[in-house]
Write a protein that binds this ligand. Structure first.
Ligand SMILES: NC(=O)c1ccc[n+]([C@@H]2O[C@H](COP(=O)([O-])OP(=O)(O)OC[C@H]3O[C@@H](n4cnc5c(N)ncnc54)[C@H](OP(=O)(O)O)[C@@H]3O)[C@@H](O)[C@H]2O)c1
Length: 244
């Protein structure tokens, strides 16, 4: 389909080194885009297929998004940017998010960095009449008992998507979001690699299976394409029916 051909487009996926972001990055690459990804490890070779990473054909850079000054300083190796996908995220277990340091760390990576990255690339996206896609979570719609910071950050991401959608539509940037349900990545092994927890999770998903990075990529391609030309500030829930 012509609308889903990204030949000649440049895409940056923050958090594109693994999991959902990596699946989104590879989907844009498969449709002709030049795709850049950021992650935390020194080199692309430090990511393994067994962890759900495929860096083939992607331009990798290391950048810690918790370092706002580093985002501001970053000089991109590309001259135009058509699509920015923000798929970075962490979660702390064993009540780490109930401590101030853990709470702040998660909010820094999962929420504050969304604004830093968005602001850094605003002008390039405006010049390209581009699209910004923010990955939040279905956690934005319900409580997550052990993870107060994750929940606060993801709920914040939903609000940020609305407000940037409104604020930047006039600049020619369409801002939208994706709220994934449960996808097997290195973020979710605590659930997906424990048979009892996995079975309980699957029971709550009407489609009866976990989501995949490819499922998330379908929504990202759509939102970045002219098919979504009149959609602004929305977050699409992609969860197999989990929150229904
Ligand atoms: N998996 C799910 O079920 C699920 C559900 C709802 C929402 N989400 C959201 O989807 C997004 C992707 O998560 P995922 O499940 O795909 O997990 P993942 O495989 O761990 O991917 C997270 C990505 O964020 C990057 N990242 C983490 N901290 C960073 C930092 N300080 N600086 C730069 N990059 C950083 C990671 O880099 P490294 O690879 O170097 O660690 C990785 O590329 C997150 O926003 C997550 O909250 C996931």
């Amino acid at each position: 389909m012509e609308e889903l051909d990204f030949t000649g487009r440049t895409v940056l996926v923050v958090g594109g080194s693994s999991g959902i972001g990596n699946g989104i990055a590879q989907a844009f690459r498969a449709r002709g885009a030049a795709v850049h990804v950021w992650g935390t490890r020194p080199r692309a070779e430090d990511y393994a297929a067994a962890e759900g990473s495929d860096l083939a054909g992607l331009h990798y850079a290391r950048l810690d998004v918790a370092d706002a000054a580093a985002i501001d300083r970053y000089v991109p190796p590309f001259a135009r940017l058509d699509v920015l996908v923000l798929a970075q995220g962490i979660v702390l277990y064993q009540r780490g998010e109930f401590k101030a340091e853990g709470f702040r760390r998660v909010v820094e990576v999962n929420l504050n960095s969304l604004m830093s990255c968005s602001a850094r690339f605003h002008d390039m996206l405006a010049a390209a009449k581009g699209a910004l896609i923010i990955v939040s979570s279905t956690a934005a719609f319900h409580a997550t008992r052990g993870n107060p910071a994750y929940n606060a950050a993801k709920t914040g991401a939903l609000g940020l998507t609305r407000t940037l959608g409104q604020a930047w539509a006039g600049d020619g940037i369409r801002v939208n979001g994706i709220a994934p349900g449960l996808v097997a990545t290195k973020l979710t092994t605590v659930t997906t690699e424990r048979p009892e927890r996995l079975a309980a999770a699957l029971q709550r998903i009407p489609l009866g299976r976990l989501g995949t990075p490819a499922d998330m990529a379908g929504a990202a391609l759509f939102l970045a394409s002219p098919l979504a030309a009149y959609i602004v500030g929305q977050t699409i829930v992609v969860d197999g029916g989990l929150v229904l």
